[in-house]
Design a protein around this ligand. Structure first.
Ligand SMILES: *Cc1c(COP(=O)(O)O)cnc(C)c1O
Length: 431
């Protein structure tokens, strides 16, 4: 090897990325140095919180031991739940590999804390797609609706803010649980910062002090210096194959909150009478701990990738949500690409930069439950893990791509650069 060629530029060129594209990317990255510095500082802050909670709870080698069968007295599992509760400043936590995904965690929290005749209310607009069937907004077997639990929502105002004039009209003696989704999900509405969520919680609790507030915290963990549980949420809920699993947790979800909310959820997850006492950890605890340890820096890497993507694509003439200078509370980036060709090229670029399945080309397909074909790019170590670099979008106007993840910033950056290369190769842009 000629050490003279041992530069990052030369390496990018050797994998087919032209000089002009690299120069463009380096310039955009440079323009973000102040923002990236602030993100690193938040990661430092949150890492110290995580390490302190582990130390306080005396995490030790024996916490990584696998339990089997019923999983009674699983010391590592119980300690991990205390660590989560300390990090999120809640009384208790349920952190389990038996929670199969984010939807399951949310379903468990809802079914555990609602009873027939109760009403569930979303003052923050329409919830995430998969919750439509949990709630029964779309008719579905086993939904809350089938159990006699009704649902109401108040749409956001056109500018994406809460409709404070109309929210009080929907809170009645039946309202038992209020749900707030922090991240935009697959919408272009803004995500809600912890501060905004805190204002909404204060408002609804003034009207009804004993109402339970749940926050769908998916994709938001460790992006700010506090979480919705610091501003009055009774329960925060999320997936371990997103931020808090740090890319290492192979499966699982969490529910952190008041002792009562977590206990109720544990009966819905396991069985009345059993609750938190059972649930073998099956050898995944080391990756849960290690992933949590990594999570603040992994989330920071994904966040930098999202902002870098926004800055590049804005300068190429596309619209990004949030913009590259907006305040952030989650890792999701939506970019309006404007054509089917651009959406497919973007996904091809992300896929082609992945460490796993980098050799395959994503194709649109008719996914069950969706009206339009969907294209997805993911080359992940853990199936469907969206804290890993991934992108997807439905093939319909205005051809938004939703981009998230990146376990390391260099991997996220490479993905974005490769997506730009693909758009350039297809003649959609001209660099
Ligand atoms: C990912 C996500 C969920 C749950 O999704 P799963 O695919 O079931 O893990 C729920 N709400 C939001 C906002 C999400 O981003």
């Amino acid at each position: 090897m000629n050490l003279k060629d041992n530069s990052t530029y030369a390496l990018y060129e050797s994998i087919g990325i032209g000089k002009k594209i690299i120069e463009f990317a380096q310039e955009k990255e440079k323009s973000l140095s102040e923002r990236f510095k602030a993100i690193d500082e938040t990661a430092e802050y949150n890492s110290i919180r995580v390490i302190s909670a582990m130390q306080k709870n005396k995490v030790s080698q024996e916490c990584f031991t696998a339990s089997s069968g019923y999983g009674y007295d699983d010391f590592g599992r119980e300690t991990l739940e205390k660590v989560y509760a300390d990090i999120f400043h809640t009384e208790d936590a349920l952190v389990r590999p038996q929670i199969t995904c984010g939807t399951h965690a949310l379903k468990t929290a809802l079914f555990g804390n609602l009873r027939p005749g109760d009403e569930l209310y979303s003052p923050a607009g329409h919830p995430y797609d998969t919750l439509e069937e949990v709630i029964g907004i779309r008719d579905s077997k086993g939904s809350l609706k089938e159990y006699g639990i009704n649902y109401k929502e108040t749409a956001l105002l056109p500018d994406g803010s809460f409709d404070y004039d109309n929210i009080p009209k929907c809170i009645t003696e039946k309202t038992r649980l209020i749900t707030i989704q922090r991240s935009r999900g697959y919408q272009t509405r803004p995500s809600f910062t912890v501060e905004k969520i805190g204002e909404l919680i204060s408002f609804v609790k003034k009207i009804k002090p004993d109402v339970t507030v749940m926050v769908d915290n998916c994709y938001g963990e460790f992006i700010e210096r506090g979480e919705p549980s610091d501003v009055g949420a009774d329960m925060i809920v999320g997936s371990l194959i997103k931020n808090p699993g740090g890319g290492l947790a192979p499966s699982g979800g969490y529910i952190c909150g008041t002792r009562e909310c977590v206990e109720n959820a544990s009966y819905a997850l396991n069985s009345p009478g059993l609750g938190k006492e059972t649930g073998a950890s099956l050898g995944v605890l080391r990756s849960f701990y290690q992933g949590l340890f990594m999570a603040p820096t992994v989330a920071a890497s994904a966040l930098k990738g999202a902002i870098f993507a926004a800055r590049c694509y804005e300068d190429l003439g596309f619209k990004a949500y949030p913009s590259s200078s907006d305040e952030r509370t989650d890792i999701i980036e939506a970019i309006t690409l404007g054509s089917k060709e651009a959406l497919c090229a973007f996904c091809e670029g992300i896929q082609g930069a992945s460490p796993v399945d980098g050799h395959v080309r994503p194709e649109p397909w008719d996914m069950p439950g969706y009206d339009d074909s969907v294209i997805m790019a993911a080359g992940a170590f853990i199936q469907g893990s969206s804290i890993e670099l991934s992108a997807d979008g439905p093939l319909r106007e205005p051809y938004n791509v939703y981009f998230q993840g990146g376990l390391t910033y260099p991997a996220a950056k490479l993905g974005i650069i490769n997506s730009i290369k693909k758009l350039n190769d297809y003649g959609i842009i001209n660099i």
